[in-house]
Design a protein around this ligand. Structure first.
Ligand SMILES: N[C@@H](CCC(=O)N[C@@H](CS)C(=O)NCC(=O)O)C(=O)O
Length: 287
């Protein structure tokens, strides 16, 4: 029971509130989300990038309402209700797991004339696989590293410095890949083309200010010209970071900063009972 997490604001605020309002009308494709949740933000970004018609419904995943559990036995957001058969069908089938939802949306809404470019590079099985490899790095290394860092408390058997350098190390590995194997022009993982790799990391990039807010010494990514021997690498990171926080779909799915500060306090104090936090505490894989 995650009772401590139910006192959060009940709906999105800021830009995300406007977007949620614009997608409040009933629709057979329905995203069940929580405004604070980075995994939800991944799916929401793809819905926006692909100009998909959908309904957004805010729910509290910590309350585990029976209707919600019937759709997603794991009881996590994002959960997507997909129309069964015909797009107008009132019967729906569920999908969950943010990366699975994102790939489904990219495949299902593949008509470029209506939905814009494929979020995996077309034409090269190797390049598509390389994107998945780096998505795996994000989900398997960077994201768990973020929680290990933000949930650090002085009682832990690892130091804050270890958590920070573990997190930064995984970011550097990704940035090195961008420097070695992407086009030189353009800010994205692939260079000129925005891709699923960018989507997958965007929500945690946006949440990095919480590490600065809560952890002594902060995330410690060097400012411009302060990167020493790693200046070129951090310059490439800043180029990506500035582009991602300026991306319309990322801005539109973001609530007011202050509410994230409030929502992540229990992570920073390591008192939240969310499944992600419990897994981090136990040192096991995230749900
Ligand atoms: N692997 C899942 C993780 C989703 C997840 O952990 N969502 C959180 C909110 S950020 C949740 O629903 N938590 C409910 C709980 O911990 O009980 C995904 O990628 O979709």
């Amino acid at each position: 029971m995650a009772h401590v997490d139910t006192s959060l604001p009940e709906r999105p605020t800021g830009a995300a509130a406007k977007l949620a309002d614009a997608h409040a009308a009933e629709h057979p494709l329905k995203l069940y989300g929580g405004w604070f949740c980075p995994f939800v933000q991944r799916s929401w970004i793809v819905l926006e990038e692909k100009k998909v018609p959908y309904e957004y419904q805010e729910i509290n995943p910590y309350k585990k309402a029976p209707e919600f559990l019937a759709l997603n036995p794991r009881g996590l957001v994002p959960t997507l209700a997909v129309p069964k058969g015909d797009a107008r069908s009132k019967y729906q089938k569920p999908l969950y797991e943010s990366s699975v939802i994102c790939e489904y949306l990219n495949d299902e809404y593949g008509d470029e004339s209506k939905h814009g470019p494929d979020l995996f590079p077309p034409g090269s099985a190797y390049e598509r696989a390389r994107c998945r490899l780096w998505i795996d790095h994000i989900s398997g290394k960077i994201v768990p590293g973020f929680y290990k860092f933000i949930q650090h408390t002085p009682e832990k058997e690892y130091s804050l410095e270890e958590a920070r350098s573990n997190f930064l190390g995984h970011i550097k590995t990704l940035v090195r890949e961008m420097m070695e194997n992407s086009e030189e022009s353009g800010p994205w993982f692939l260079g000129e083309s925005f891709s699923m790799v960018d989507v997958m990391l965007a929500p945690w990039a946006k949440r990095m200010f919480l590490l600065d807010h809560y952890k002594p010494g902060g995330v410690a990514i060097p400012a411009e010209d302060q990167g020493g021997e790693d200046e070129a690498l951090w310059g490439r990171w800043r180029k990506w970071y500035n582009a991602i926080v300026d991306r319309q779909s990322v801005k539109d799915t973001w609530s007011d900063d202050d509410y994230y500060v409030q929502a992540y306090k229990r992570y920073a104090e390591d008192t939240t009972n969310s499944e992600v936090a419990q897994a981090t505490r136990k040192g096991v894989a995230l749900p």
